[in-house]
Every structure is written in structure tokens, then in C-alpha cells.
Design a protein around this ligand. Structure first.
Ligand code: ZN
Length: 329
């Protein structure tokens, strides 16, 4: 899997591996779909490559080069097994329902209690780590307090403040940011995608390579993302009663609320760009003449971010929450 963007973070990890000064527990902090999971996997692959376990000769040239920005030789059994996620020394842990439970952390500890099966390091990637309930977090502390030298642990999260301070103090935090549109475009150009779609995909993915890849493989998802943005853009033209009707319909359908809120965020951030004199990422953002004040737009963005956070952590009433946003438009 190619690493798209994030060269600073990746070269930092490579260098730490080269110097044998890497950590055993990392917190990868950043929005979803940025590529945190890909980088964790590539780092594990790099450290375990059988061809040359210290396969670090390709130092950064500062250029985007998809071969160089992957971990390991990519050819040996180990590299391929990690890539296909069938390596016995790597597991991924995700929430079951809304939470990551203590039983899952105990499973992690059991997994790490054995020596690696066929590599130098065993690794666990904990996705959406903020979903660990408090019991699970306390249980994980034990692992962080006494890490085994053959283990690697990656906590991936958008919301580190939902983790215990004692967890945060025991991991090395690496922050990830949206990737420049030009880098996503360059990557898409290496695939068979029409130039108009490259433009649309790179705009609608808003700096998130993972989303760009999903859009490129799934035209329906791309269309849906565009439709959500178009609908929220049209909301500014409607009466409050119609906006409430719209959110009622949205809340009753089987949409992923996070996806809707993230699309809204992208749209309103784009409106903010226009307001401060920057060109919009999306053509549609300027097509309805929507002209809120800067404080108003910041308020809308804040409330969407707040609701997005609450949705991850509580059983918030979606319809009421979306109505709050509609009141502010
Ligand atoms: Zn290899």
C-alpha cells in the first residue's frame, strides 16, 4: 500500500527505525481516512522485512515516490503477508458496536504475551482507540506500563482527549494533517481515472487519501458524497420548516451520521475559505450566493464539530442535534 502524503511523519518513523530508537507504543492522531492505519502497517512491515530487516537505505529525497514511501522490500513472504493482513504477528482491534471492551484488550494482552511467531516484532493496531470504555483503558495501561521489547502498539484516534492522561503520557504521539490536494491528484493520476473525476475526487476527499481511494473504487459513494454537499448547499435557500423536514428525513434513513456531518463540515469550511478570500475547494460552494458572517460560519463549524464528537461518545438524538445546526444556517 502506498503512503500518500505524510512524508514528514513517515521519514521520522523510518529514521527512528534506522537508529533503532523507535517507541513501542504510538498514538497516531488525526481525522479518519488520512492514512494512519496504512502508515502503522507499513512501519510494522519495514521493521519485519525478511529480505533485509534493516531495509532503510532509501532515505527521503523529498520527492513523492510511491515505491520509496512504503515499508520493506514488498516482495518477501513477510512483507506480502503484512500487506494482505494475514501475518500471524499482526492484529487489528476495532470497536464491537460503539465500544472497545475490556475483553478485547485482554485478547490484545494475550496475543502480545507470546513471542513473535515468524518476525521480529508483534504488532497491534487499535483503531478508533477513543472508543475504549474506561475499563478497557485502565486495562490497557498495564500493557503500556510494562511493554515487551518485541511488541508494537498503535493507537489510532481522532479524539485523543477521550483517552486517559496516563495513556497519553505513555505513548509517542504523531499528528497527521490533511494531505495537499496536489499530492492526492498525483496519486490518482497513476490510476486509470478520467481527469474530470480526478478533479472531483480530489476536491471531495478534502485532503484524505483514504477517502479519495474509496471514491475512486466506488462511484456510488462519490455520487452520494456530492449529493450530500449539494443538499446542504441548497439548505441556505430554504425556509426553516423545510430544513427541519430535511433533517427529519436524513435522521430516519440509514445514513452514517458521521459521513453526513463530515460532508457538512467540508462545505462550511469551504464557505469560510471564500469568506477570507481563498478560492473554494468545490465549485458548488460559491454557486448559491450563501453569504453568512464569519462569526456565524465559525459557530456553525463549531456546532458540527461538537455534534460529531458527541456522536462518537454518546447516544445523542441525531434529529435534535441536526436541527440545532439547521437553526444556525
Ligand atoms: Zn520484505
Amino acid at each position: 500500500m502506498a503512503i500518500i502524503g505524510h512524508q514528514k511523519q513517515w521519514q521520522f518513523l523510518r529514521k527512528s527505525a534506522e537508529l533503532n530508537r523507535f517507541n513501542h507504543a504510538y498514538l497516531f492522531w488525526g481525522q479518519s481516512h488520512l492514512g494512519k492505519r496504512v502508515i502503522a502497517k507499513e512501519f510494522v512491515r519495514l521493521l519485519n522485512c525478511q529480505e533485509d530487516p534493516r531495509h532503510f537505505s532509501n532515505s527521503s529525497s523529498g520527492q513523492t515516490n510511491f515505491t520509496k514511501s512504503s515499508g520493506g522490500c514488498q516482495k518477501c513472504w513477510s512483507c506480502q503477508a503484512f500487506q494482505r493482513e494475514i501475518h500471524p504477528d499482526l492484529i487489528f482491534i476495532k470497536s464491537e458496536g460503539k465500544e472497545i471492551k475490556i475483553s478485547q484488550i485482554r485478547h490484545l494482552q494475550y496475543f502480545l504475551s507470546f513471542r513473535p511467531h515468524s518476525s521480529l516484532f508483534k504488532a497491534v493496531v487499535l483503531e478508533e482507540a477513543e472508543r475504549m470504555n474506561s475499563e478497557a483503558q485502565s486495562c490497557l495501561l498495564k500493557t503500556l506500563e510494562e511493554p515487551s521489547k518485541n511488541s508494537l502498539l498503535f493507537l489510532l484516534t481522532e479524539h485523543p482527549r477521550m483517552l486517559l492522561p496516563t495513556i497519553l503520557s505513555r505513548v509517542q504521539t504523531i499528528k497527521f494533517f490533511p494531505v495537499p490536494k496536489s499530492e492526492i491528484k498525483d496519486y490518482l493520476k497513476t490510476h486509470k481515472i478520467s481527469s474530470s473525476n480526478i478533479e472531483l475526487i480530489s476536491s471531495l476527499s478534502f485532503g484524505r487519501p483514504g477517502l479519495a481511494l474509496e471514491f475512486s473504487k466506488n462511484p456510488e459513494k462519490l455520487e452520494k458524497a456530492y449529493k450530500t454537499i449539494k443538499e446542504i448547499a441548497e439548505m441556505s435557500q430554504l425556509e426553516l420548516a423545510d430544513r427541519f423536514q430535511y433533517v427529519k428525513t436524513l435522521a430516519s434513513q440509514e445514513h452514517d451520521p458521521k459521513e453526513i456531518l463530515e460532508s457538512w463540515l467540508r462545505y462550511f469550511r469551504d464557505i469560510l475559505r471564500i469568506k477570507i478570500g481563498l478560492p473554494p475547494e468545490l465549485e458548488i460552494s460559491s454557486s448559491f450566493g450563501y453569504n453568512p458572517s464569519i462569526p456565524q460560519i465559525k459557530q456553525i463549524i463549531n456546532s458540527i464539530e461538537k455534534i460529531n464528537f458527541l456522536i462518537s461518545s454518546t447516544n445523542v438524538n441525531l434529529k435534535l442535534a441536526l436541527e440545532q445546526i439547521m437553526l444556525k444556517i
